[in-house]
Design a protein around this ligand. Structure first.
Ligand code: GLP
Length: 250
């Protein structure tokens, strides 16, 4: 794992965007794995600025998102498809048919998961996967206890995660109870991983991640120990606890 320390959120976002832009420059047909949440919003803003000023094109790029809530129509403002439209897709030239998210409105969710894995396979796999991290170490919606051998699957969200995400909804009760998420196996199959973290509330998870030497299913992000190409970009605040603990050298 490579660690890039940044002064703040803006610098984290700019460096993350540079990684994405470089991946697209070296392969204009790159498959980019996208995440939702507050963490990648600044990265998406930096990608839009770059697209406007320097013309990086997404015409041949494909994107696959990590997860989607079950039961929200894709046009629901809280669906992750709407999130991606608002924060990125509306402002770049990515063809709509190139943007993949799990189809969480299918009555047969298991089939939706199978189809998502098949779509990723047909795209030739993910070249660069962007990840945020949950306070409990979840990546995508792979909560503590998820088997690291799982591909795309249905998850019941923990109360902790529903509470953390309730800020986007009118009330906690409106936060869906289930989601479809790529599994840890999908994440480990991507060619490069870029994990982003900022702020004090991620300090514990980041410290635990940096101290992880063995994969441990009670802390999903520790699976990244098994991946040969992981870059963590974290700001000073997210690193406060990691700095206090003895950790491997990066
Ligand atoms: C959600 C998403 C994750 C994301 C996490 C952290 O649960 N499914 O992919 O990484 O929240 O979100 P935030 O970036 O808002 O802290």
């Amino acid at each position: 794992m490579k660690l890039i320390r940044t002064k703040n959120y803006e610098e984290m976002s700019r460096i993350a965007a540079d990684h994405v832009i470089n991946a697209i420059k070296s392969n204009p047909r790159a498959v980019i794995g996208l995440a939702t949440g507050d963490t990648p919003v600044g990265t998406y803003e930096a990608l839009i600025r770059d697209h406007n000023h320097y013309g990086t094109s997404y015409k041949q790029v494909h994107t696959v998102n990590l997860d989607e809530y079950i039961g929200l129509d894709k046009n629901d403002p809280n669906s992750y498809r709407s999130f991606m439209k608002t924060h990125l897709f509306h402002a770049i030239d990515l063809p709509e048919s190139h943007a993949f998210l799990p189809n969480s409105m299918m009555t047969d969710s298991e089939e939706a998961c199978r189809q998502y894995d098949e779509s990723i396979r047909q795209l030739g796999g993910v070249d660069l996967q962007i990840l945020g991290i949950g306070q409990n170490g979840h990546i995508g919606f792979n909560e503590p206890g998820s088997s690291f051998s799982m591909t795309t699957h249905v998850v019941e969200l923990t109360q902790n995660t529903r509470q953390a995400n309730a800020r986007f909804f009118k009330q906690l009760e409106d936060v869906p109870t289930h989601a479809i998420t790529m599994g840890i196996k999908n994440i480990l199959e991507s060619r490069c991983v870029l994990l982003l973290a900022f702020g004090h509330n991620k300090a514990e998870a980041v410290a635990q991640l940096l101290a992880s030497e063995q994969p441990d299913e009670t802390f999903p992000a520790s699976a990244l120990c098994l991946h040969p190409s992981v870059t963590i970009i974290a700001d000073e605040e997210a690193l406060v606890l990691a700095d206090k603990q003895e950790r491997r050298s990066f």
